[in-house]
Write a protein that binds this ligand. Sequence first.
Ligand SMILES: [Zn+2]
Length: 611
Amino acid sequence: MSTVKLSVYITAQGVIRNGATPEGRKRLVDDIRGIGAKKVFIEVWRGATQTPSETLRVVRDAFVAAGIEVATGLMPVRGRDVALEGTAQWDSDAALGGNSRWGADICYSRPWSREALAKAITAGAELFDEFIIDDALCTQCTCPRCRAARGERSWGQFRRDVLVDVCRETIVATARKANPKIKMILKYPQWYDRLPVFGYDTARQPTEFNATWIGTETRDPFTPDFGYVPQYEACFNVRWHKAAEPNLEGAWFDYIECDPMIYVEQAYQSVLGGARNLTLFCYSEPLFGTNDYLLAALKAHMPRLEALAARLDGQEPIGLVTVRPHNPAPQEDGYIFDGLGMLGFPLVPRADWPKTPPKALLVTDHVAADPNLAAQVAKVVNAGGTVFMTAAVLAQNDDNAALKGLAGFQDDGWSQPNSWESARFCVGGNDIVAAAPIPFRFDLRPSTAKVLAAVGGVAHHRTEWVPVVTRQEHSSGGAVVVLNVFGAAPRDFRMDENLNVPLPLRMQEYPAEVVNVMQEEIARATGRGFRTPARVGYYPFSGGDCALENFTDRTVFAVPIGDALPAGAKELLGMSRITDRADVESAEHGGPAGVRGVRLPPHTVALISTR
Ligand SMILES: [Zn+2]
């Protein structure tokens, strides 16, 4: 019995192109069976293209006959009001109100859009018992109709209100009318910190559907086309949605901008996040034809993914609890979780404050305006726990004496916006030079907090060391650790990439010595951890196992801290090994010889069993 179940999504264009002939259908079934997939989504509508019902029916029947599960799907994108074709309003005519200005999304203030959607929903629901909505159920429209309908609401609030109604009435009610037993699924896009801006509402939408899925298509982290998305985002996304939505069912990734390593990393991150159902987008020439080496790589890794999933079933992720509320509005820390995860922060996200104070808590500016923030931080510190806090949280709470006192920034201490770059760092009295200058956006001036790592900076017209990591200890045994890091601000989003991570998250370029300071604080707070350079993920679990993933192009030696690697520890996936530092000639970073650790070749995953 396999633990990881693969599904393949076939777009309307793909269904039409391949499904019309018996030969085409046979090839479809053979290709999908060939990669071991157990299920297909046969799409009914994508933009203005609707799959003819007869084609849907014969393709469905071909898969059913082959013993493969079937469902349908729909992508609410690039639809245009056909009544406007050939007119000046076809693209966008601000004066008259044409189609959506974005050109790829839908204006839901026009009757045609809901009518077209309802028609497609009905056509799919008549033939299938399961229906997934692909991830463009959003709108950026600011046309005169939308402006009038918005009234006094913010654009985000207006769009969320509209789309909750579209989900309830146009999508789910329409589908249930055509097929009362249909299972309805909403797939959330990967761009979690922009969801509320463009109409996704994680607080209200999931209850309208039977299940949710989440996008883990992180793609190439070094190119701007789909954002500079760090690989860890996939894991974070699954974990957050799983904690925040009772009915998360699976993850979904694609092949765009992927080489085999990046492609397979998406699968590992999905599984480490907690997903066991993986949908591959999509049946197409690039994935199943010219770039079939991607699927070959995935197939080669499937036994390891299965072993990883089976081993982790029944174990919960542990580490740093972090609260990211529903529909947040981060000002400086957008997508910061992705960057911190790449430094080995083992994040356990959730949407609400935990009832019992965790040993380790991370607060970002997603909760900076929460009136309970200082009380929640105090609760953890008073119970002997450690709170990790971003510079933005302090900067946005300059008048919060209680919070600043907990962090060791009381009286004339502060965190203030600034902007500079530096390659000079200082840890434990040693100067370290980074490979290239790294930008910073906050000056920190602690009062009583101890500076654990610093960077050369220019503040108030004088050169000085600016803290990168500070620690304030408390008599309870608790502590507050402040991190000079930043994520995406609303101003960072560009016209052509306003969804995904809009800038490289530069903490990933901190020298290993600085990253190690943070990792030591995590280990001190949670009892265990590893020293690694940046771009190595760390995933401890409740049963005593932990995983490490090396996202770099170099061999990495992970040095255990605390009881991360007891004498009986074993590596279970066979790509990396537990060895002595002296055996690792090409290691980029590690402790002295005689130290046992984990040797991870480039782009590999280790699963360490400690029992
Ligand atoms: Zn509009």
